[in-house]
Design a protein around this ligand. Structure first.
Ligand SMILES: Cc1ncc(COP(=O)(O)O)c(C=O)c1O
Length: 281
């Protein structure tokens, strides 16, 4: 067998998405491209804003010596400072460039965070239904996936969560606005999650991080607000990208933002920067 049994098993498990994509192609040929909507691979059907193309052109036509060299492993400081400024204003928390690490999309950011946090056998809790790639990302770094149910309105079921937490629980991975349900967790949901994790940390003498995957945070309608994870949970890391909100999944522009109040901040930041480089993403 040229490939590992594990990857072979994953391939057969993941093939249904590809099958749905192919089924979409088949249906489009029958009914027309305007009648069949493709939600399979999460590709935006809009084009990026004109301003993005203008910026690319401006940069390409005005090369600065060194612009194609290796950069700091955390990304350009001015870019990180710009992200930090937005987060500082939104949250009134002391975000600086050191709390931001530029990544290869949100997927890259998730891998960086999981590599940094997990020892073999550590558990990461995910709430069903969830973005299918989470299980592969967690496996990449030796973690075990622990699935829990959501409530009937697709919010975290806190009883199920409390029952699933063990001394091996390293993180809870949440995604709001959610793929695939579209549900948005409100501030009360996040506060309740934070309270439960605090109680459990006290009971077990451990630290449980919340990884908040937020690539859809800017795609909300009808005045819906996406509350900040940082205002409800101190031990949190948010990951996001411009794959969806600027329709740029091919550019792989993402970042992770570490809560300024996270425990062991300095070591955490060092670990994340190291993982960002050594994953060679
Ligand atoms: C919930 C969720 N998280 C992460 C990703 C990965 O996004 P990126 O292109 O930023 O790596 C996706 C992509 O579809 C997604 O739906």
């Amino acid at each position: 067998m040229p490939i590992s049994k594990k990857v072979e098993k994953f391939l057969s498990g993941a093939s249904f998405i590809r099958k749905m994509f192919e089924e979409g192609e088949r249906l489009r040929a029958i009914h027309g491209a305007d009648k069949v909507y493709d939600f399979t691979l999460g590709n935006p059907n809009m084009e990026p804003p004109e301003r993005f193309r203008e910026e690319l052109k401006r940069l390409a036509l005005n090369p600065v010596p060194g612009m194609h060299r290796y950069m700091s492993n955390a990304g350009y400081t001015e870019t990180r400072a710009a992200v930090a400024e937005v987060l500082r204003e939104q949250n009134s928390l002391p975000f600086g460039p050191e709390h931001i690490i530029m990544t290869v999309g949100a997927g890259g950011a998730l891998n960086v965070v999981l590599k940094t946090l997990l020892d073999p056998g550590d558990e990461v809790i995910v709430i069903k239904p969830y973005f299918v790639e989470y299980r592969f990302y967690i496996d990449n770094h030796g973690g075990n996936v622990v699935e829990i149910a959501s409530t009937t309105d697709f919010k975290p079921d806190l009883n199920a969560l409390a029952a699933a937490i063990t001394t091996r629980t390293k993180a809870v991975l949440i995604n709001s606005p959610n793929n695939p349900t579209g549900v948005v967790y409100d501030k009360d949901d996040l506060d309740a999650l934070g309270r439960l994790l605090k109680e459990k940390e006290k009971e077990l003498g451990s630290t449980i991080y919340v990884i908040s995957d937020e690539p859809y945070a800017k795609i909300v309608y009808d005045g819906v607000q996406v509350p900040s994870i940082f205002l409800s949970i101190e031990n949190s890391i948010a990951v996001t990208s411009h794959s969806k909100d600027l329709a740029l999944p091919g550019e792989r522009i993402g970042y992770l933002a570490v809560s300024p109040g996270i425990s062991d901040l300095e070591l955490m930041l060092e670990g994340l920067v190291f993982a960002n480089r050594t994953l060679a993403l």
